[in-house]
Ligand binder design. Structure first.
Ligand code: ADP
Ligand code: MG
Length: 614
């Protein structure tokens, strides 16, 4: 057989690389703005057209590039930021892979104008699908101006894969927020279809947070600071009373780079453990500084996941710092954290010798290992709350005693016709018990049935909302005293896009501009929550998670609204309310699982109970 292996042409190799680096318009924004920051720009303007499908333009006042560098910058693995492998362990720039420009030029048309400060004349390059169409001298300002047009013009499948304008623009805003918060000393301007979205002047961190998230956040910010030999921490955490049931205001930065770190996120939420209900997430804006050789930014092509040499020590430091700050600001009684932690944050002064802080770390500790208990450790694993342990044990009680998908064959439910007549009989209604404000317990033929009340209610509401959306029949509404709510830009854009669908469900909302809405009515079923909370949880749920097909949008709306409107898991219920939930649940087409696929019902078999007394 003849030889069949050949090297791919650069344009194809670049397109493949682009698949990893450039997923959507927001990735172009991220890569180009990061390049501007690396080029020491102090002012960056971003122009977006059609959520980035038509145009992403980034103009900076950074160093600019020479004629040769301008041409070279589009080659794959061309970078000015590292020269040898060892440099990988001392990264201080945002980029270093030398892939972004080559990738972008492979999947779009790019027009670059750039000029060094000491040149009179700059360079213009037009490149499309990796082909250089022209390169010539041009009169332009010092700095760099990239215009990326018609993203994915040569990969129709990719272009089709892009989500709605609101979703794509939401991603752009998310990337923008991260970079703007990480670089408060840089001025940023963001325009979408020629209208001004953000104008952020150079400022300190606190002012930057306020100009990104609005004035209301100011009184919520509690400053925090710690300096240890392995890490420096500064920034702000949110007051517990302002914590909301939505994610979106949680930011970690390491050496001025945004990072995702679920492990360290837990260190923060754990510090709030006893002062916040479990479903509420505190805001935080934490700026960490560590020596570049103690972190690894190299583990992910888009570089948002970052590993520390000593993750556990960083966990402990963050956890203690947040606890201390909450205590110091009288947000929780200080006795609470004194009792649990006699942990000292080592303070680094100029004359002290640098030693690693002495931290009592359990080397076996893994916060993601749910099965681990505190047995055998003389101190409690910080990441596992007692409540969770109890719950896990409780759930174990009836593990394996039920059929995963269906109810047991011999299952019989109390509200079957013959028992239905006894509903007025008190002895019957007494058959419902609430356990821990979270579960409804009721005897059934085969044993003791346990129902998760929140999930059950979510299922009931989900099916009701789906029915209404699919049949276009308007659901009953509760009228409100008109309430003005200020949203962030992303939430507002999203809400406007699904306005018609949610109207069917009882949302009566009026757009009054400036990202604000007036709420006149909400679904009648959502009586358990404040209007602000409903909209908050609903949008948060709706935003997170991708929606692939139009048909699934309705499902997602129903799901999110069910979550926002359902009773909570620490609400006490009357016997009648429990009865109603149980009845409605078993009238559903899928009573066993919540709209999010979580188990609703579990049965402890009679034999299991009897065995315990044998
Ligand atoms: P990386 O950022 O990983 O080095 P890129 O492909 O993003 O790779 O950029 C390649 C090179 O182009 C950079 O190393 C830098 O030298 C140059 N460059 C890119 N954008 C700019 C800019 N806005 N100003 C000055 N130089 C730039
Ligand atoms: Mg780069």
């Amino acid at each position: 057989m003849a030889d069949i292996i050949q090297l791919l042409p650069d344009s194809v190799a670049n397109q493949i690389a682009a698949g990893e680096v450039i997923q959507r318009p927001a990735s172009v924004v991220k890569e180009l703005v990061e390049n501007s920051i690396d080029a020491k720009a102090t002012s960056i303007t971003i122009n977006i057209k059609d959520s980035g499908r038509t145009l992403v333009q980034i103009i900076d006042n950074g160093t600019g590039m020479s004629e040769t560098d301008a041409r070279l910058s589009f080659e794959r693995h061309s970078t000015s930021k590292i020269k040898k492998a060892e440099d990988l362990f001392a990264i201080t720039t945002m980029g270093f892979r030398g892939e972004a420009l080559a990738s972008i030029a492979a999947v779009a048309s790019v027009e670059l104008k750039t000029k060094l400060a000491d040149s009179d004349i700059g360079t213009q390059i037009i490149i499309e699908g990796s082909r250089v169409l022209s390169q010539e001298p041009v009169i332009c300002a010092t700095g760099t101006n990239f215009a990326v047009k018609n993203l994915f013009f040569n990969i129709p499948a990719r272009r089709k894969f892009l989500k709605s304008n609101a979703t794509e623009f939401g991603h752009i805003i998310s990337e923008f927020e991260r970079i703007a918060l990480a670089n408060s000393s840089v001025e940023f301007k963001l325009y979408h279809n020629d209208s001004e979205i953000f104008i952020l002047s150079r400022s300190n961190i606190r002012q930057r947070i306020i100009s990104v998230f609005g004035k209301r956040i100011n009184q919520n910010l509690v400053p925090i600071e710690a300096e240890t030999s392995i890490i420096k921490v500064k920034g702000f955490i949110g007051k517990p009373e302002n914590a909301r049931k939505r994610s979106g205001e949680q930011f970690f930065f390491i050496n001025n780079r945004f990072m995702r770190n679920p492990y360290l996120h837990k260190a923060i939420t754990d510090a709030y453990k006893n002062i916040l209900p479990p479903e509420v997430v505190p805001s935080y804006f934490l700026y960490l500084e560590a020596a570049p050789d103690t972190i690894d930014v190299n583990i992910h092509p888009t570089k948002t996941e970052i590993k520390f040499e000593d993750q556990q020590a960083v966990w402990q430091i963050l956890h203690a710092t947040v606890k201390q700050s909450l205590g110091k600001n009288n947000i929780v009684p200080s006795i609470d954290f004194d009792l649990e932690h006699n942990f000292e944050i080592p303070v680094l002064t100029r004359n002290t010798e640098i030693v690693n802080p002495k931290i009592d770390v359990n080397p076996m500790f893994n916060p993601f290992d749910e099965k681990q208990t505190s047995a055998g450790n003389n101190r409690k694993s910080p990441a596992i709350s007692l409540e969770k342990e109890n719950l896990a044990n409780w759930e174990k009680l009836y593990d394996g005693f039920e059929n995963e998908k269906n109810l047991p064959d011999d299952f019989s439910f109390p509200s079957q016709p013959e028992t239905q007549q006894t509903l007025t009989d008190n002895s019957f209604s007494d058959r419902y018990f609430q356990f821990k404000g979270k579960y409804i317990l009721t005897p059934v033929k085969s044993g003791l049935m346990v129902i998760d009340q929140k999930r059950a209610h979510e299922r009931i509401l989900f099916e009701k909302f789906m029915l209404s959306l699919e049949s276009n029949s308007v659901i009953s509404q509760r009228n409100l005293f008109p309430k003005t709510i200020e949203l962030d830009k992303k939430a507002h854009a999203l809400l406007m896009e699904i306005k018609d669908d949610i109207k069917t469900l009882g949302f009566d909302i009026k757009d009054i501009g400036e990202n604000s809405i007036i709420v006149n009515g909400l679904p009648a079923d959502s009586i358990n929550q404040e209007p602000e909370q409903i909209i908050d949880i609903f949008l948060n749920e709706f935003q997170n998670g991708e929606i692939d097909a139009k048909s699934r949008v309705k499902e997602k709306i129903a799901q999110s609204l069910a979550k926002a409107s359902a009773i909570s898991s620490n609400q006490s219920l009357t016997t009648e309310e429990m009865q109603e939930i149980v009845d409605l649940l078993f009238a559903c087409s899928m009573p066993n699982f919540s709209p999010f696929g979580k188990k609703i019902i579990s049965i402890i078999k009679t034999e299991e109970i009897e065995k315990r007394f044998s």
